[in-house]
Design a protein around this ligand. Structure first.
Ligand code: LMR
Length: 396
């Protein structure tokens, strides 16, 4: 008898998700979870944002039905989240947007769209990039190449190398950029870099694809979008995914969106039609609850301002944790070796440690970061800074 599953190899675990499991199983009391990109407060909790709780109360009271919403999700959500990302950028008459199950769902839908429009398209990713970018693009049937991004000496963006490699992307290629708060490095490109990449796109014909998963965690909601807005305004075609996981704290609600900016309204509408067909054969409709909460917040001035205040508090806490860790290293270990942490944006920093050093952090200290050297700054708590600083010095 032939069995269907006998030849399947043992699963290889996602490097980020497997860390969460290992952390949970670690009995040590002083363990520190710097793995998955989830915000935590000083008590180590990921609380529901107050604006979200209030929206939840409103939705529970007012929602009358759980009947289907539609293939594109909630239109009010789509339009209001587009405003958060693009502000007043004049692209709305040639843009379409659909709600997706998280930004990863959006990445996959846009990857599938590319493979329908131009099978086997090459997508250029930064080296390194979010660990799920390559699997998602390959699962969509696309070809992946990498452009240099990070200078491991300075721990900053290697702008020259990046621009040189992106110059090799030609017409028909796609270049994926992180809208802000680069995952995993924390090293962001400058507005000047955005302008140069925009010029390259216009000159060489590649399509930019922006993944904006951490808007608000870098320099603030507006500042984090300056680069991508410049690009959107100046290129004829662009793809974008956005996530409400982090900036609305809606991780498990899987709330995101996929955007296509086309040469004109007709082309954007045709791309949307294809996206809806793809959605139908993949998940049919995105889950509603998270989008209903975001829509409720963004439709109400008071709730919007409360959400912005809470987001800005989270952003400031990350900056102060970065500062606290550097001070600890300086004052108690006379080390400025990790000062680059201050220049990084958002939740992540790449320490420049090898996989072996990251494993030592885990085995010797119960500090869980990703093997590529990434730590989640939001996983630190103020009281753990001396412990973590000491561990970093021991391992380096
Ligand atoms: C991360 O990079 O840790 C997050 O974006 C969570 C995920 O889906 O991997």
């Amino acid at each position: 008898m032939t069995f269907m599953f006998s030849h399947l190899s043992e699963p290889t675990l996602d490097p980020i998700l497997s860390l969460s499991v290992a952390y949970r199983n670690d009995p040590r009391e002083d363990k520190v979870d710097l793995g998955i990109g989830v915000y935590r407060n000083s008590e180590g909790q990921t609380p529901i944002m107050k604006a979200v709780s209030e929206a939840q109360r409103i939705v529970t009271n007012e929602q009358q039905t759980k009947a289907y919403v539609g293939l594109a999700g909630c239109e009010e959500f789509n339009q209001s989240i587009a405003k958060v990302v693009f502000g007043e950028t004049p692209i709305y008459d040639r843009m379409s947007i659909i709600q997706t199950p998280g930004a990863s769902g959006g990445l996959r839908m846009l990857g599938d769209l590319l493979n329908v429009a131009a099978p086997g398209t090459t997508v250029w990713l930064s080296n390194p990039s979010y660990v799920n970018h390559k699997p998602v693009m390959e699962a969509a049937g696309l070809n992946v190449k990498f452009y240099r991004y990070f200078n491991t000496e300075t721990k900053q963006v290697d702008t020259d190398a990046m621009l040189t490699d992106i110059s090799s992307a030609g017409a028909g290629d796609v270049v994926l950029l992180h809208g802000c708060c680069h995952n995993p490095t924390g090293a962001d490109i400058s507005l000047e870099d955005w302008k140069q990449i925009t010029d390259l796109s216009v000159r060489n014909g590649f399509v930019p694809f922006v993944d904006v998963a951490y808007q608000g965690f870098g320099d603030g909601l507006e500042a984090d979008a300056f680069g991508l807005r410049h690009m959107a305004e100046n290129v004829e075609e662009m793809l974008l995914t956005t996530s409400c996981s982090k900036n609305f704290g809606l991780y498990r609600e899987r709330t995101g969106a996929a955007v296509v900016i086309g040469k004109n309204a007709k082309e954007a509408a045709n791309a949307r039609g294809k996206l809806l067909t793809l959605a139908r054969s993949t998940y049919t409709m995105p889950p509603d609850h998270g989008a209903a909460l975001v829509k409720t917040i963004l439709a109400d001035e008071h709730l919007t301002s409360q959400w912005q205040t809470e987001l800005s508090e989270m952003q400031q806490r990350l900056v102060s944790l970065r500062d606290g860790l550097c001070k600890e290293l300086k004052n108690n270990h006379s080390s400025d070796q990790f000062d680059f942490i201050m220049a990084h944006k958002g939740m992540f920093t790449v320490l420049g440690f090898t996989a072996e050093q990251m494993q030592r952090l885990r085995t010797d200290f119960g500090i869980y970061g990703v093997d590529d050297g990434r730590i989640n700054i939001a996983g630190l708590s103020e009281t753990q800074l001396p412990y973590v600083a000491n561990a970093l010095m021991s391992v380096s």
